[in-house]
Design a protein around this ligand. Sequence first.
Ligand code: XMP
Length: 518
Amino acid sequence: PVLVVDFGAQYAQLIARRVREARVYSEIVPHSITAAEVAAKNPVGIVLSGGPASVYAEGAPSLDPAIYELGVPMLGICYGFQDMARALGGTVAHTGTSEYGATDATLLDTSAVLLAGQSSEQNVWMSHGDSVTEAPAGFTVLARTDATPVAAFADDARQFYGVQWHPEVKHSDFGQRVLENFLHRAAGIAEDWNPGHVIADQVAAIRAQVGTGKVICGLSGGVDSAVAAALVHEAVGDQLVCVFVDHGLLRQDERRQVEEDYVAATGVRLVTVDAEEQFLSALAGVTDPEQKRKIIGREFIRTFEQAQAALIAEAQEADGDPIKYLVQGTLYPDVVESGGGSGTATIKSHHNVGGLPDDLTFELVEPLRTLFKDEVRAIGRELGLPETIVGRQPFPGPGLGIRIVGEVTAERLDLLRAADAIAREELTAAGLDGEIWQCPVVLLADVRSVGVQGDGRTYGHPIVLRPVSSEDAMTADWTRLPYDVLARISNRITNQVPGVNRVVLDVTSKPPGTIEWE
Ligand code: XMP
């Protein structure tokens, strides 16, 4: 494998993902790993991640120096670059000039193996306080910026490379190129890895975790839980029972797609629970978004526990084994945004992470925890899931419950479902599904505006269209949809959905807006 050494920032997962994009297998290891442990893994390359510390700070993490003696090609990034510089005899100093965000870099040698195929002036993403002021002996300086005399270096003889900027971040012009040059050209690693390998790895990991234990999985109707369940089914077959909770917060036709299409493709055992009344009564009178998320998360688990009790009673005659494991389709961005990455703030409690109740009685199985959405889709396709599920827009676990600004009621849900179905239908008909990441349709139930329809005055609610383009939902831009498509959606919604007399377009990027309104 390529080892990605984690120096304690959330970048390590992103680096691992970029290495996978270069079709190379990688594993994340802690910075405390010893040279012997590294050698035992027989790595073909090592990438040192960034990190929040200063290399000279008290207790700053540092790589076991014997790792530099193993003869493995290495790439240091940001903090990892500085740690490499310091370990090999260069100088890292607090120059008093920090660089954060987009920075102009000048490449000094575009024929260098690390920088091949790049333009000599480029925009890179920086985030550092200290700088390398002197490269270690044997290294050539490859780039500089106004504030950083040594922004990249190479020692081709020992196959050591480093960049001060973050090549794993999309805002670095040639970021992926830097990583691929390191992996394929400098280290000579073959492109022989594909999503099928994730499946094999995860199947093995799931088998190791659950053994012969029974597993339950809640299908939300979204891509994530569908792929997570399919993986677990691949691993342990009918030890898995899927519970599909119809909480009444689903989109139109979703129940049928899960009950018919998904089951046909995977062969999973599926139990559907009708829990609409339970969810709606728990949500009655609630308007606060965080409270809604907590309630929906809690009811989800309760519903499972009830379903589990029923399933156990049923299975009692067979063998009496309780269901011990719960599968969740948690993705890496969910982990980060719920404050699970190191030192990151809680933006929202994603209901499958932060919203779990304390009295949870299951052990979690989360096979997608290190993956990003597009990787999950690739795995789903590899597993043969229907396109209606794999290609579907991301849909939040709390469903339409967090797309009604205001109290959630059955009537409002029907209205929103109708508007959402129209928007989705028109976007698909216009061939725009590939262009947008998702298009939440939001009902502003607490807002009313005056309209005129026929000859009469109306006093209805607005529907918000929130089309966004994104790579991984951590950042997003609003999608510039063609006006004629917007016009058709608006026209049909105001004509066909009673109670809605206005359609508005959300033109906010993320940040500052999140994708969902709640
Ligand atoms: P935000 O609104 O945080 O959304 O910008 C980022 C992505 O996550 C989805 N989302 C959720 N997914 N449980 C989920 O499984 C949740 O509680 C949740 N909240 C938001 C959202 O649809 C978008 O794709």
